[in-house]
Write a protein that binds this ligand. Structure first.
Ligand SMILES: Nc1ncnc2c1ncn2[C@@H]1O[C@H](COP(=O)(O)OP(=O)(O)OP(=O)(O)O)[C@@H](O)[C@H]1O
Ligand SMILES: [Mg+2]
Length: 264
């Protein structure tokens, strides 16, 4: 059954400002994300898109503003806390373990969910049986993700040997292993050919549809953005210049001007 019914605001970003020395990466950015929606963030290079995701998941601490997530307000988020609250992300530059297999990379996304630690396993105390059982359950979950992403053929392949498009898919798998409520995707289709982009678009929509996962997506390809997002935020030089449905932002004169002034 489709989980696509868009709900209440789950993530509310208010007046976020972020500076690096003299560089204003973000200036008073506010926008919200509703449960189950696909929310895109677009804008020219250096607009502040990745910085925005980094504020949401606690990698950067903004000097001003607040983020309200599932009813709790934070002046800044702490990375681990954010992950525990159900926010997962993929990175613009892949953060996979290249020498490790597809399965092990995806498994690494389940670390947060593993209750029994290695020390307990090592001592083989009465917990051991439990740890083993838990490990089996995690492995089964990872296999489900592998099936879902249609990467069975490469289960044992070191990630570094896969073509780039498949590596991006494994990175998505690692994030899905966290069973996130909100998934932050930083250019999941960058560097892909048309066919790989279509595949990735379909997986993003399937995740959204089948698991009801809320998606916040940075993407440069306007065709993809128009196809898969419900609402779009547009950033330019750290400022928000547009916010609305794909059709609304496409007709917004400020957005058109920002894009005409760049190579996109
Ligand atoms: N850690 C950092 N230290 C200093 N400046 C930074 C840092 N991270 C980002 N910036 C600056 O903040 C601005 C916004 O960068 P950001 O990476 O968020 O842009 P972006 O919209 O993701 O661009 P792209 O489309 O190229 O990925 C840029 O001027 C960038 O140089
Ligand atoms: Mg970026």
């Amino acid at each position: 059954m489709s989980q696509r019914k868009i709900g209440d605001v789950i993530l509310d970003v208010k007046d976020i400002s972020l500076r690096f020395g003299g560089v204003k990466a973000l200036s008073g950015i506010s926008f919200d994300v509703r449960e189950h929606e696909v929310r895109a963030i677009i804008g020219p290079n250096g607009a502040g898109k990745s910085s925005m995701l980094n504020c949401i998941n606690g990698v950067y601490q903004p000097q001003e503003g607040s983020i309200r997530f599932r009813g709790q307000t934070f002046s800044h988020m702490n990375s681990r806390q954010v992950a525990e609250m159900g926010v997962a992300r993929t990175f613009q530059n892949l953060a996979l373990f290249k020498g490790m297999s597809v399965i092990d990379n995806i498994m690494s996304g389940r670390n947060l969910r593993m209750k029994t630690n290695l020390l307990q396993q090592a001592f083989r105390n009465p917990w051991f049986g439990k740890a083993e059982r838990e490990e089996t359950e995690h492995r089964e979950f990872v296999e489900k993700i592998v099936d879902f992403l249609e990467i069975q053929a490469w289960r044992k392949t070191p990630v570094g040997r896969l073509p780039y498009g498949l590596q991006k898919r494994v990175d998505l798998g690692r994030a899905l292993a966290m069973e996130p409520t909100v998934l932050l995707l930083d250019e999941p289709m960058a560097g892909m050919n048309v066919e790989e982009k279509q595949d990735m678009s379909r997986f993003v929509l399937d995740v959204n549809d089948e698991f009801g996962t809320t998606i916040v997506l940075i993407e440069h390809d306007m065709g993809v953005v128009m196809d898969i997002s419900d609402r779009v935020v547009v950033l330019d030089y750290g400022k928000k210049i547009g916010d609305g449905t794909p059709a609304e932002v496409r007709a917004n004169p400020d957005v058109i001007a920002a894009y005409l002034g760049t190579s996109h």
